[in-house]
Design a protein around this ligand. Structure first.
Ligand SMILES: C[S@@+](CC[C@H](N)C(=O)[O-])C[C@H]1O[C@@H](n2cnc3c(N)ncnc32)[C@H](O)[C@@H]1O
Length: 440
C-alpha cells in the first residue's frame, strides 16, 4: 500500500469504529480479511496509527475545536490533526497524502488545509486542557475518577492509556510454567514469569500464538494476569460444586476448571452460566484444547431463573464476574472509553445488583460468593459491596490478604479490604474483587 492508501485505510477504519459496536481489534481484523493485498507491514502501520488516534482522541478534538476551523471532529480531521501534532508532518507532506489519487484520501478542503497549517509544530498536550482531555477520559467520569485517585489521577490514567502486554495463563493440568516457557522459547516466543500470578507468563511483544506447540497442546491460554488472579482467589478446589455465573466465553471458567482438576476421575462440578447461549458456545473448543472434562453450561434468564431456584444454597463457590463499564480494560480497546455513558453506568449498576441477588441465593452456608468487575469506578465496586452487605447480613466480606495468602500465596498488592488492581499499581488490567463468605 502507498502511504496515501494507508492513510485512507486509517480513515475508513476510524469511521467503522465510530459507527459500529464491535471491539476495535475485531473491526480491524474484519477490514483486513477483505483486503488480502495488504502486507503485514501495511497492517502493522495502519493498526498502530488507528490505536494512536483513539488514544489521543480527546486532545485531537480539543485542538480541532480550538483552531475554530469549523470542522467537525471527523475521522479525516483527526487524522490531519494527528499528522500535524504527533507525526510532525508539514502541511505540504499532509497534502501529498491527501492527493485524491486512487485508494488515497480526497484532496483536503480549505478548512482541512487551515487545520493542518494551524496545528503544525504544536505539541499534542496543552496547559489549557482540563484533566479529562489531557488524560483522555469522558468528562462525565471526572468526579468519580478524581474522587478515586486524587493526586494519583495522572499516573493511573496515563498507564490506562498505554498498550497492554500479552499475558498467558499456563494450564497446570498439562504443563508447568517453566515447561510452557521453554516450549514458547523453542517457538521463538520470549516470555517472563508474571510478577504476581504464579501461573502466568508475560510475552515480550505481540506474537501470533496460534501456531506455537504450547498453544496447540493446550498448555497456555491468553489471559491477563489480573483475570488469572481473580480465578485463583475463588479458591475453587477438587470436589467442590462451583458456578461461574457470568462465564461469557469462559476465560475464568477455564482457569477455575484447572484449579479444580476437572480431568479423569474427578468428583467436582463446574457450571458455567451466562445469559448469552452464543458466548457459552464459544467456550467449547477452548475446553477441548485444554483437555478438561466437559464444563456444564447453563443459559440463565436475567431474573427468576428456574435453574437458579433449583440450585439454591448448594454451591461451594459462586463467581459473579458481572457486566460492567469495563474501564479497567481500556488499555485493550481505547475506543471503549468513548462509548460509555452515564446512563450505561446506571444500567450496569442496577444489573450488577440483580445478579448479586441471584448469585447470593446459590451459595451454601460456609460457601463463598466472589464479586468481581473489570471496572475502576467505586459505583460498581466498593459501593456495590456495601449495598450487598447491608441487605445480606448472612454474608461477611473476608479480608483479601488472608484469601490471597491461602490461594495466590504471599502478600497481596496493598489495596485495602478488597482487591484493587490497575495498570499503574500492579501492571495488570484494572480489576476489583471482593470475597464474601456465607455464615454457617
Ligand atoms: C465481564 S463478562 C464475563 C467475562 C468472563 N467471565 C471471562 O472471564 O471471560 C460478563 C458476562 O455477563 C453476562 N451477563 C449479562 N447479563 C447477565 C445476567 N443477567 N445473567 C448472567 N450473565 C449475564 C454477559 O453475557 C457477559 O458474558
Amino acid at each position: 500500500m502507498t502511504p496515501g492508501a494507508r492513510t485512507q485505510a486509517v480513515i475508513e477504519l476510524l469511521d467503522a469504529i465510530q459507527s459500529g459496536n464491535e471491539p476495535t481489534d475485531r473491526i480491524i481484523d474484519a477490514y483486513f480479511r477483505k483486503r488480502r493485498f495488504a502486507g503485514s507491514g501495511d497492517r502493522r502501520s495502519v493498526n498502530q496509527t488507528v490505536y494512536e488516534i483513539l488514544r489521543h482522541r480527546a486532545r485531537l478534538d480539543w485542538w480541532i475545536a480550538r483552531t475554530g476551523s469549523q470542522l467537525e471532529p471527523s475521522p479525516r480531521a483527526r487524522v490531519i490533526a494527528e499528522l500535524a501534532l504527533e507525526k510532525k508532518s508539514s502541511p505540504q507532506d499532509t497534502r501529498s497524502l491527501f492527493n485524491g489519487a486512487k485508494h488515497c484520501p480526497e484532496a483536503m478542503t480549505p478548512f482541512e488545509d487551515a487545520l493542518a497549517e494551524a496545528l503544525y509544530g504544536r505539541p499534542l498536550s496543552h496547559g489549557d486542557m482540563p484533566p479529562h482531555v489531557t488524560l483522555e477520559y469522558p468528562e462525565w467520569m471526572d468526579r468519580s475518577l478524581q474522587a478515586l485517585w486524587s493526586e494519583r489521577l495522572a499516573v493511573e490514567m496515563s498507564a490506562l492509556n498505554q498498550p497492554a502486554p500479552v499475558d498467558v495463563r499456563v494450564n497446570t493440568l498439562k504443563a508447568s510454567p517453566d515447561a510452557a516457557r521453554q516450549s514458547l522459547k523453542e517457538g521463538f516466543v520470549d516470555s517472563e514469569p508474571t510478577p504476581l500470578s504464579p501461573i502466568g507468563l508475560r510475552l515480550s511483544g505481540k506474537t501470533r500464538l496460534a501456531g506455537t506447540t504450547a498453544f496447540k497442546n493446550g498448555w497456555i491460554e491468553v489471559q491477563d494476569e489480573g483475570s488469572q488472579l481473580i480465578a485463583l482467589l475463588c479458591d475453587a478446589r477438587p470436589g467442590m460444586d462451583v458456578v461461574d455465573f457470568c462465564a461469557g466465553g469462559g476465560g475464568k471458567a477455564l482457569a477455575l476448571a484447572a484449579s479444580m482438576g476437572l480431568v479423569g476421575e474427578c468428583n467436582g462440578r463446574l457450571t458455567a452460566c451466562d445469559i448469552s447461549a452464543y458466548r457459552l458456545e464459544r467456550m467449547a473448543p477452548r475446553v477441548k484444547r485444554a483437555g478438561l472434562e466437559e464444563i456444564q453450561t447453563q443459559v440463565v434468564a436475567a431474573q427468576d431463573d428456574p435453574w437458579v431456584t433449583k440450585n439454591e444454597r448448594t454451591m461451594d463457590r459462586v463467581l459473579a464476574d458481572v457486566p460492567c463499564t469495563g474501564t479497567g480494560a481500556w488499555r485493550r480497546d481505547p475506543n471503549a472509553r468513548w462509548r460509555s455513558t452515564l446512563d450505561d453506568l446506571d444500567d450496569k449498576v442496577a444489573l450488577q445488583q440483580r445478579i448479586l441477588g441471584m448469585t447470593a441465593g446459590l451459595v451454601k452456608p460456609g460457601g463463598r460468593l466472589i464479586y468481581t468487575t473489570c471496572s475502576l469506578l467505586q459505583e460498581e465496586n466498593e459501593r456495590q459491596l456495601a449495598w450487598f452487605l447491608e441487605r445480606h447480613a448472612d454474608f461477611q466480606a473476608l479480608p483479601i490478604d488472608a484469601v490471597w495468602a491461602e490461594t495466590v500465596g504471599g502478600p497481596p498488592p496493598p489495596s485495602g479490604p478488597c482487591l484493587r488492581l490497575s495498570p499503574a499499581s500492579t501492571g495488570t488490567d484494572g480489576f476489583f474483587c471482593a470475597v464474601m463468605e456465607k455464615k454457617s
